[in-house]
Design a protein around this ligand. Structure first.
Ligand code: CAA
Length: 240
């Protein structure tokens, strides 16, 4: 039986690698994106993975989008809440808008992504929920009070969902990537990025595919006893 996976922010960066890895493993994959039509079209042309456009920060759009995916592909049993943004600034320069945009997308967006698929998973007695958190939710980061708050919040979400879903065959786990070579990280000022890389014992940024492998592991049917866990993939930069 083909499993059906939804990957938010699934057409670029880490999300694109996750979408491709799950497809390679035989899943039917739906990848969402928020705004970049061109990148999404190129991604579909390259991979054959269908993309859907909605704003994860909006509950009604998420619910309608998920209903469309299920009408097209069937019931979603694997959900990867990956979509995320940064609005970095030292706290004294951080605006309420910086705060709310990141909370709405990275935290409320995770609720909006999981909540509509949860009842179906409970009914079918199977589900895999994987949330892409971050090393910076574990250790905090200068300039990321907003982002770190959401990524720490993600860990609270999976630990709670794990307890609620366990009896219904649903697992909820997190992956905490370290600094990965994506547009998000490459847009950090080069001098600052060089300092960050110097602090990674592996001596390099991670690759999106290295995060995708963690997701595929957690999504597997025989990973059912791993529940409420966090996989840290950060090149030994930080240990919990
Ligand atoms: N620790 C201590 N002090 C720091 C610091 C740090 N990590 N980083 C900067 N500072 C200090 C600077 O030395 C500077 O001090 P002085 O004024 O005494 O010289 C002061 O803070 C101001 O620094 P900036 O000039 O850099 O301030 P800015 O307003 O121009 O930029 C910033 C602030 C945007 C947050 C910038 O420092 C930055 O981009 N930092 C990197 C943040 C980061 O790691 N983001 C991760 C993005 S990728 C991601 O989020 C994916 C993931 O999950 C890992």
């Amino acid at each position: 039986m083909s499993r059906i996976a939804l990957v938010t922010g699934g057409s670029r960066g880490i999300g694109a690698a996750i979408s491709k890895e799950l497809k390679a493993q035989g899943y039917a994959v739906a990848a969402t994106y928020a705004g970049n039509d061109e990148a999404a079209a190129a991604f579909t042309a390259e991979t054959g993975i269908k993309t859907y456009k909605w704003n994860v920060a909006d509950y009604e759009s998420s619910a309608a989008g998920i209903a469309q995916v299920e009408a097209d592909l069937g019931p979603i049993d694997t959900v990867v809440a990956n979509a995320g943004i940064t609005r970095d600034a030292p706290f004294h320069k951080m605006t309420p808008q910086n705060w709310h945009e990141v909370i709405d997308t990275n935290l409320t967006g995770v609720f909006n992504t999981i909540h509509p698929v949860w009842p179906g998973m409970r009914e079918r007695k199977f589900g895999r929920v994987i949330v892409i958190s971050s090393i910076n939710g574990q250790k905090g980061q200068f300039g990321q009070v907003n982002y770190a708050a959401t990524k720490a919040g993600d860990l609270g979400i999976v630990k709670s969902l794990a307890q609620e879903g366990a009896r219904a065959g649903i697992t909820a786990n997190a992956v905490c990537p370290g600094y990965i070579a994506t547009e998000m990280v490459m847009s950090i000022d080069e001098a600052i990025r060089d300092k960050i890389v110097a602090g990674i014992p592996a001596g390099r940024l991670g690759e999106p595919e290295e995060i995708a492998k963690c997701v595929a592991f957690l999504a597997a049917e025989d990973s059912g006893f791993i529940n409420g866990s966090t996989i840290s993939a950060n090149g030994a930069q930080f240990f919990v």
